[in-house]
Design a protein around this ligand. Structure first.
Ligand SMILES: NC(=O)c1ccc[n+]([C@@H]2O[C@H](COP(=O)([O-])OP(=O)(O)OC[C@H]3O[C@@H](n4cnc5c(N)ncnc54)[C@H](O)[C@@H]3O)[C@@H](O)[C@H]2O)c1
Length: 352
């Protein structure tokens, strides 16, 4: 048909294969640390961003969400799903892809897989928050829920916080064993525990990252001692939480974007005006982080669009240095911009 895409038609595309190449070429712990820097930079210029709770389409088995934001120069969005039953059918609970575009022309400048990138950015965000909130000198982290996100969480906390002892618990012991195997040789002392109570023993930080489409109680009040930092990742939808309400009432609660977290986070269990601190305030020094040794700090993580924007921004910078992307023929680009129809017709197969 004689069609050859022009330069304007092409958009860099990062496939799953290339995402894995980029991560390995960078080194996963360095990748997590640099990604956390990008997130921190963006949270420090919080006021610039368009912010809205993500647009969620709920169904009986899960949720499909769109997460848009812009800093006025670039625009980004992520498509992401959450379907806890998927793993039983050989599918992921969470899959994602994303797009970044330039605001000036509206043209996309990057399209990328974001399933792996979401696990990396969620972990980077958690560890970044913990850098401000966890007790000083934290070394031991309990990880409850040892599915797809868990190793990423562990590595980010090692890279950013210095965690080198892990206490793992999952209702499915084989998940904990897989997590232990995957992290072997990376300098962690790892204990697989028989109960969540055992997992939290002696932990400075407790990460909950389970998947269940209901109000679950992964942590009860008696399991949470003074001075601990809780990184609650798995409760991220209406009707899907992990912590007993009494824990929330004893904790200083830190969130990404309150209008979204009040719908989706652990704090959906509390009054709509329950006080929370926004992380951008902590990162800019405008709000307090941890202020006392006995204080229980809680990062009520749900995942916000600005973090995905930061991840897209970071990937753009990386593929400027690394050759790991394809050019996707994504944007129709007729010679005369108004002759879209002519372009289509000229591509009509001719009779032989
Ligand atoms: N906050 C965020 O930014 C963010 C980002 C990505 C994923 N998530 C959420 O994190 C959670 C985990 O995601 P994933 O991809 O690892 O899911 P996954 O399905 O791969 O793993 C979840 C694990 O939790 C375990 N589990 C379920 N109920 C449990 C319980 N009561 N006690 C202990 N373990 C239990 C399961 O056996 C499984 O191994 C999901 O709920 C997901 O929606 C949040």
């Amino acid at each position: 048909m004689g069609y050859a895409p022009s330069a304007l038609a092409l958009v860099p595309f990062i496939s799953v294969e290339n995402m894995m190449r980029v991560v390995h070429a960078t080194g996963i712990e360095r990748f997590l640390a640099e990604l956390a820097d990008y997130i921190e930079q963006d949270f420090r210029r919080w006021q610039l961003f368009d912010k809205t709770p993500r647009v969620a389409s709920h169904s009986r088995e899960g949720v499909i969400e769109l997460m848009p934001t812009s800093d006025g120069e670039a625009y980004g969005f992520k498509y992401v799903n959450g379907h806890p039953k998927n793993t039983k059918e050989g599918r992921q609970t969470v899959t994602a892809f994303g797009v970044m575009a330039e605001v000036d022309t509206g043209y996309p400048v990057l399209i990328t897989e974001m399933t792996i990138l979401t696990a990396l950015r969620t972990a980077a965000m958690s560890a970044l928050a913990a850098r401000y909130l966890a007790p000083e000198g934290s070394r031991t982290m309990a990880v409850i829920g040892n599915g797809a996100q868990s190793e990423f969480q562990a590595l980010a906390f090692r890279s950013l916080v210095g965690i080198d002892r892990l206490r793992l618990y999952d209702i499915d012991r084989s998940a904990s064993e897989r997590c232990r195997r995957n992290l072997a040789g990376r300098g962690f002392d790892i204990v697989v525990c028989g109960s969540p109570e055992e997992a939290v023993e002696g932990a400075d930080i407790v990460t909950t990252v389970t998947a269940d489409k209901q109000y679950a109680t992964i942590l009860t009040d008696n399991m949470v001692g003074p001075g601990i930092h809780i990184n609650a990742v798995g409760g991220d939808c209406p009707g899907k939480t992990e912590l007993h309400r009494d824990i929330l009432l004893r904790s200083s609660i830190f969130v990404e974007y309150p209008p979204q977290t009040r719908i989706e986070g652990e704090i959906q269990q509390l009054a709509a005006d329950h006080p929370v601190t926004e992380l951008w305030q902590v990162f800019t020094g405008q709000g307090p982080g941890r202020t006392g040794r006995d204080q229980i700090t809680l990062f009520d993580s749900v995942g916000f669009a600005v973090e995905d924007f930061s991840a897209l921004r970071y990937m753009r910078a990386l593929i400027g240095k690394l050759p790991y992307y394809d050019q996707l023929d994504l944007l129709a680009d007729p010679d005369d911009p108004r002759d879209l129809f002519g372009m289509l017709m000229r591509a009509e197969p001719q009779p032989a």
